[in-house]
Ligand binder design. Structure first.
Ligand code: KG4
Ligand code: ZN
Length: 336
């Protein structure tokens, strides 16, 4: 048995994923079975369908992860699985599978917080990264600004008060008639539009400099779209996409880089699906270079949901002796 070899399982939303990672950073396999095509018909993730699809795919996906890593299941030292936050039914599938493997193989099981998993993607991309560092996690369900104090300890500095950044992307895209998920669709369309065409409010929270609020921005964008449709003003979809994207990426960059400056942090890591956004990456790069902050960004494949990040996070927990018992439950609202 090799404790350095961890199987990761991720089923918190609409991706069934499994991965084998060596020593927390070397990805031997990274299998992702996406349900996006199924959910696109409904314009978003349907939880009941997601659970069923996970059940259909999990055995195959885990088997492929072992096969592509060139190992037998008996070779892994531990099994890490997302236990929250996420969709209850979806989480239960991956966690139950991990428990069964753990019991059958007599290997330790580690329940992993999905948000911590996203942060760990940075250790895969650059194994030289060591805490402390500031991290912006922006995904479909979460927007957090936090300080990673160690590989397993975090201090939340700010969070969204309402919609997550990715959620705002998805809802705006839907109103524009763009396909789900909206983030990549807006990202692709925005360069064709004028980012100053539609005046939109800054997503600020008064008195809480590191908190986010995207619902006002989302409503203002939807109101603009409706106004165009109700009057004869032509709706230029690329202009709305570009203006919305500018508003989101500017606020994320200003807050994350502003927090680094204020706290004297010289390392900033990005994480979560929105961190794969082209404009955000470019803006962050420019702002960090200007202030001598070293920027860490996982490649897009490790920003969006995957199981390599869960295996990596599980490995570092295992090193701290953090092992879960088999009565661990999925927790849809698990906090970081
Ligand atoms: O991290 P993730 O895969 O799943 C969650 O944990 O939520 O993030 C998915 C979110 C979706 O809202 C999606 O629209 C957004 O990330 N996203 C993007 C991009 N790629 C994915 N948002 C903006 N630009 C992108 N390129
Ligand atoms: Zn995620």
């Amino acid at each position: 048995m090799n404790f350095e070899l961890v199987l990761g399982i991720e089923t918190s939303c609409d991706e069934t994923a499994a991965s084998v990672v060596l020593e927390g950073t070397k990805v031997l396999s990274n299998i992702i079975s996406s349900q996006i095509d199924t959910h696109r018909v409904y314009g978003g993730v349907v939880p009941e369908i997601a659970s069923r699809k996970h059940i259909e795919s999990i055995s195959f996906v885990v088997g492929e992860a072992f096969r592509q890593a060139g190992i037998e299941k008996e070779d892994v030292g531990a099994i890490a699985a997302t236990c929250g936050p996420g969709l209850a039914g979806a989480l239960i599938v991956g966690l139950s599978y991990a428990k069964a493997l753990s019991f059958g193989l007599k290997k330790p099981m580690i329940g992993v917080n999905h948000i911590e998993g996203h942060i760990a993607a940075n250790y895969i991309e650059d194994p030289t990264l060591k805490p402390p560092f500031l991290c912006l996690v922006a995904s479909g369900g979460h927007t957090h600004l936090l300080m990673a104090k160690s590989m397993t300890e975090y201090e939340v500095l700010g969070r969204t008060r309402d919609d997550a950044a990715g959620e705002a992307y998805d809802k705006t895209a839907r109103a524009l008639g763009l396909p789900y998920p909206g983030g990549p669709a807006i990202d692709a369309l925005a360069p064709a539009g004028n980012p100053d065409a539609v005046p939109l409010p800054k997503a600020e929270v008064s008195g809480a400099p590191w908190d986010f609020s995207f619902s006002g921005l989302k409503s203002a964008t939807l109101n603009y779209i409706n106004r165009c449709r109700m009057t004869s003003v032509p709706l230029v979809v690329a202009d709305v996409a570009a203006s919305f994207q500018k508003a989101v990426t500017e606020v994320l960059t200003e807050k994350a880089v502003g927090a680094c400056v204020k706290l004297g942090a010289d390392k900033l890591a990005l994480a979560g699906g929105v961190a794969s956004n082209t404009a955000l990456r470019a803006l962050m790069k420019k702002a960090c270079e200007k202030r001598n902050i070293k920027l860490y960004m996982p490649r897009p494949l490790y920003c969006t949901d995957n199981a390599a990040m869960i295996a990596s996070c599980g490995y570092f927990q295992l090193q701290q002796g953090k092992i879960s018992t088999l009565d661990l439950n999925a927790n849809p609202d698990l906090a970081i």
